[in-house]
Design a protein around this ligand. Sequence first.
Ligand code: ADP
Ligand code: 5GP
Length: 203
Amino acid sequence: MTLYPNHGDQTLFLVISGPSGAGKSTLIRHFLDQHPEFVRCISVTTRSPREGERDGVDYFFTPPDAFQARIHAGEFLEYAQVYGQHYGTPRAFIAEHFAAGRSVIKDVDIQGAIQIRRSFPPAVQVFIVPSSRHEIERRLRARATDSPEAIKRRLGDAELELAQWSEYDYLVYNDELAQAAADLAAIVRAEQIKAPGRGGHHI
Ligand code: ADP
Ligand code: 5GP
């Protein structure tokens, strides 16, 4: 630790969660375009790649037995089962980027966010609030990546997930994408210039 830390020197772990269809991926893409000091954390998952997804870019796609072995080796900062598939945040990925002075942004489901609050308290947790249930439904249908049954299940989960908002550090309302992106940028700027003293960034 230097005696006088420079403004903007803090590496951050920015955790984004919220109901499916709230706009997390869209916001993260937009954010990364404007924040070259951030990288998106690539998770490990047992699910199969969707069309156009690439191993090592979208996810590290891994068979279930290898995923279990990595749990036992303590390699995940958090892991969870979401819609029948396993997802985990590789600790080493974040540690390596922190060591290189880069910040990390990551979307996790709500179970993952709860675990990260325990396993890495300095993480900055942002909850993306969709405009309305009707709007989530409209966006999920427009995205056209899920079956009608999957959309129904995601909508049911959204009700439970919305009740979690009070556990987060910040709420970003994603009505207008430009406003939501500006809010996220403001959060990051505030956190980057925050005085250190919340326990360090050892991951
Ligand atoms: P999530 O990652 O939270 O599941 P996505 O980012 O995939 O959600 O967004 C779901 C759909 O809603 C996408 O088709 C996306 O283009 C659209 N969308 C996201 N944000 C907005 C917004 N502010 N206004 C209108 N449509 C949006
Ligand atoms: P998808 O399969 O659609 O990419 O992601 C499904 C869900 O898994 C999303 O809610 C996403 O936030 C969540 N997810 C993606 N990666 C991780 C992870 O590493 N950990 C946890 N807990 N959830 C994840």
